[in-house]
Design a protein around this ligand. Structure first.
Ligand code: ATP
Ligand code: MG
Length: 456
């Protein structure tokens, strides 16, 4: 009990390891194979996503031209050689507005198409699952808990719906942004780009160090959280037992020990993860200073325009964001791979074949049932019914009596072909029940199980 991991009050922390698929590539391949029928819409979505991002990226560069115009105009005014050309600035601003409006429209269409795809995919998945449930052999349901099956239909499909939508969009836009911004930065100035890009390995190194250091505290936090939760549940659940045996003090002491450990690991792990942002910002600001220095130098030399420095700063801001997003998306993809693995596992379960090639008709049967030397075990190594024979005629009332676990229910399940016999045969009016269509066969019988609840 104490080893159980639960999502407690602090359980949802961002650094928790996400659930991983056993076969990431295979599961993703299956998911994409399933989505293959939406190829056309995918391409449409991709084009609009790229276009929306590209238009967005172009914005700062054009806006920078307005600043340059303003700056040059001011300098000219001071020198007495001219003035600010407001009509030109107005044109530039109009262009920028147009760009941003177009970008927003593209993103809107992209979102519309993507939401449609993800909802259609999950709609069809649910439909397939619900069809599949009716074709699965009884064995499948008896060897799993209801909760396990249910979670594939609800949780896993929900996870897929959410992650397909989010991760696809984010992946495309972040990669496009990263590439686009890099190109724009290079087009402005190579040296400043180098300085800006240099921040990346430095901050990655720092993040890596801090992460490695804090990992053990996160693990300890998870472990003690599980322990404390387990203790609380056990001690409250079995409160009278604790009192009867005078164990209050022991229980308290144990709880205090683990609670203390949880306190220590929780605050350390949270301190380290809280430190991350300020450190990142500090490194980022150092980069800014370097870029600003270089920009000033180049501006004095006249090799760069003032507006370009301004756009460059905007690009730096846009550069780190997609990197963080890509990191998030990889997490999302992990959980969607795990969910898709479970859903497709379910969809690929072997089915009950419903139809023999030439099924016997059930018309004009009387209802004589013969069991002939029936041998059966749920597990072929553990035979439960050994050589059972019976001959029941139409109209007879029969009771099968035996101790619990003798196999009474099993015999009825065999008659309904929830399972097939391992040896011998069952016949209805001389027809082997394996020659009937399963649904026809089951139509002939009525069955009330012992765990059926009767309300009156
Ligand atoms: N789905 C299953 N998988 C494996 N073993 C099973 C399964 N269902 C039943 N058994 C085992 O088969 C044996 C016969 O079970 P069955 O349910 O037919 O007994 P029963 O005669 O109906 O008993 P009861 O009087 O308790 O209803 C038991 O040992 C039981 O544990
Ligand atoms: Mg029974």
């Amino acid at each position: 009990m104490s080893q159980q991991r639960r999502r407690g009050p602090m359980g949802g922390h961002g650094m928790q390891p996400t659930e991983k698929a056993k076969d990431f590539k295979g599961s993703m391949k299956k998911l994409f194979g399933y989505m293959g029928r939406y190829k056309f819409r995918f391409i449409l979505m991709f084009i609009f996503a790229v276009a929306g991002t590209a238009f967005n990226i172009a914005g700062p560069k054009i806006l920078g031209k307005a600043t340059t115009e303003l700056f040059n105009g001011l300098v000219a005014k001071v020198n007495g050689t001219g003035g600010i050309d407001f009509s030109k600035i107005g044109m530039i601003l109009l262009w920028t507005l147009g760009l941003y409006v177009a970008s927003a429209c593209f993103s809107l269409i992209q979102g519309f198409v993507m939401t449609g795809i993800s909802n259609d995919v999950t709609y069809n998945l649910r439909k397939d699952i619900s069809k599949k449930i009716n074709r699965l052999p009884m064995n499948y349901f008896e060897s799993r808990t209801n909760g396990e099956i249910l979670s594939r239909v609800t949780n896993d499909v929900d996870t897929l719906q959410m992650s397909i939508n989010q991760s696809m969009t984010q992946l495309i836009t972040s990669v496009t942004t990263l590439i686009g911004v890099f190109i724009m930065m290079l087009s402005i100035n190579v040296w400043m780009t180098l300085a800006a890009v240099l921040i990346l390995p430095v901050s990655m190194l720092i993040i890596n160090k801090v992460m490695k250091h804090s990992q053990k505290y996160f693990q300890a936090q998870q472990e003690y959280l599980g322990k404390v939760n387990g203790q609380v549940e056990e001690n409250f659940g079995g409160h009278d037992v604790v009192r009867v045996f005078n164990k209050e003090q022991d229980v308290l002491k144990e709880f205090e020990h683990d609670n203390q450990k949880l306190y220590e690991s929780a605050w350390k792990s949270q301190f380290f993860s809280g430190m991350m942002m300020p450190i990142m910002q500090f490194v980022g600001n150092l980069g800014y200073v370097m870029v600003a220095l270089l920009g000033g130098l180049f501006a004095i030399k006249g090799t760069i325009e003032v507006g370009d420095i301004q756009s460059f700063f905007q690009y730096i801001r846009n550069f780190t964001q997609p990197i963080q997003q890509i990191a998030q998306v990889t997490n999302l993809l992990q959980s969607s791979a795990a969910a898709s693995e479970r859903v497709f596992e379910f969809l690929e379960e072997p089915e009950e074949e419903l139809q023999p090639e030439n099924p016997d008709s059930i018309e004009e049967l009387e209802g004589n049932v013969q069991f002939e030397h029936v041998k059966f075990g749920y597990n072929p190594d553990k035979i439960i019914v050994n050589d059972f024979s019976a001959d029941v005629h139409d109209g007879q009332k029969i009771a099968i009596v035996g101790p619990t676990g003798a196999g009474k229910t099993t015999i009825v399940k065999l008659l309904m072909r929830f399972y097939d016999v391992n040896g011998g045969s069952i016949k209805v009016d001389g027809h082997d029940i394996r020659n009937f269509n399963r649904s026809n066969l089951r139509e002939m019988f009525g069955m009330v199980l012992q765990d059926t609840w009767l309300f009156s």
